[in-house]
Design a protein around this ligand. Sequence first.
Ligand SMILES: [Zn+2]
Length: 177
Amino acid sequence: MFAGCCTYYKVDSEIWQGLWKWARRRHPMKNTQWIKNRYFHREGSRNWVFGIKESGGGRTVIRSKLIKAADTPIRRHTKIKAAANPFDRDWEPYFEARETAAMKKSLIGRVKTLWETQDGKCPACNQQIRKGDEWHVHHKIPKYLGGDDTLTNLAILHQNCHRQVHAKYKIDELPAL
Ligand SMILES: [Zn+2]
């Protein structure tokens, strides 16, 4: 299978976005600068190199550095496996399953039922709602238009998605969701 450079840049960009989201989820209380300092480093002319910094013997090295797909010679397809590595795409389902279990544990009652009905996903963006994400309960038919609090009229959405849904419709219209 031929994979051109553009494919690799696309892969890098997707991995980068995944890592950034992962880091944000892992440290929900930390700001952007803190996350950049912890996981994304300058190396030579390159900035935003993902890795864990480690100091020792008077120097700092970037441990667990992410090799860019765009740097990979096309003939090589070596996969280095480490047990349960959150930086490895192949392990994503494992970590997702763990997060799903954690989310189920943290939710109770009607919200849990809603979340399960939605298959754990936000109906606005179709992405998972994970533990640590900010979420809102959304009324499909707004209360001022007679909507009630029954489960069929409710959905849980990411906080940002919820804001976007509400920003999109006019006061006398029904929201798209
Ligand atoms: Zn969403």
